[in-house]
Write a protein that binds this ligand. Structure first.
Ligand code: MN
Ligand code: MN
Length: 206
């Protein structure tokens, strides 16, 4: 099975896929984390920093697998282009649930917290699986990114506690590393006007 986040992936979309895939493989599934677009500068900084390889990018899923797992999104317009042709078996998400239906039963974990990686840390704990140090660093990066270092209005106590736990496992100072990470993501020189405006856009059907 393939595990992926939304199109125009942010750090959480890519990291949550990697973390959830790791967890599912530990539980006994056979999954691979992939991405629905190139990683942005912030995400690349995080993967460089912790010496991890970025997931490969896919355009379609049905040519490879029959079923998929979604993280950090659930709405079809934000997902893989041929989402209608595959079965969704798992979703882990912190966004509104809209336009979502499956033919069969589904593992669905939705929580109104600041970051999907915050939810996934709880899933590791529930399943009694340890988070490897490098992965913890990536998950901390996702929380820092989604919550702007715990400053965004979407930040919850769950995110604060998760970041503290993950930073300890990764052996990083969340504040100083977090500033470096967010700075890496705001390198405007490397982007065109359109990329700046469109970079963090999500697709909605109204
Ligand atoms: Mn996201
Ligand atoms: Mn997110």
């Amino acid at each position: 099975e393939l595990v992926f986040g939304h199109q125009k992936p942010d750090t959480d979309a890519i990291v949550a896929a990697k973390a959830f895939s790791y967890l599912q493989n530990e539980i006994g599934f056979d999954t691979e984390a992939v991405a629905l677009g190139e990683a942005n500068a912030e995400t690349k900084f995080a993967f460089d920093h912790f010496g991890e390889e970025l997931p490969r990018v896919i355009k379609t899923a049905a040519n490879e697998v029959k079923s998929v797992m979604l993280v950090d999104h659930n709405e079809a317009p934000q997902s893989v282009s041929d989402i209608a042709d595959v079965e969704v078996t798992h979703v882990v998400d912190h966004h509104r649930i809209a336009d979502f239906a499956t033919a069969g039963p589904v593992w669905y974990t939705a929580r109104p917290v600041g970051c999907t990686s915050t939810i996934i840390l709880d899933l590791f704990t529930e399943n009694d699986i340890e988070v490897p140090a490098k992965l913890a660093g990536l998950m901390a990066s996702a929380i820092i990114s989604d919550t702007l270092l715990l400053k965004s209005p979407t930040t919850t106590d769950f995110d604060v506690n998760a970041l503290e736990t993950l930073a300890k496992i990764a052996g990083i100072d969340a504040n100083s590393y977090g500033m470096d990470l967010l700075k890496a993501g705001t390198d405007l020189d490397s982007k065109s006007d359109l990329e700046l405006v469109d970079g963090d856009a999500k697709t909605f059907e109204l």
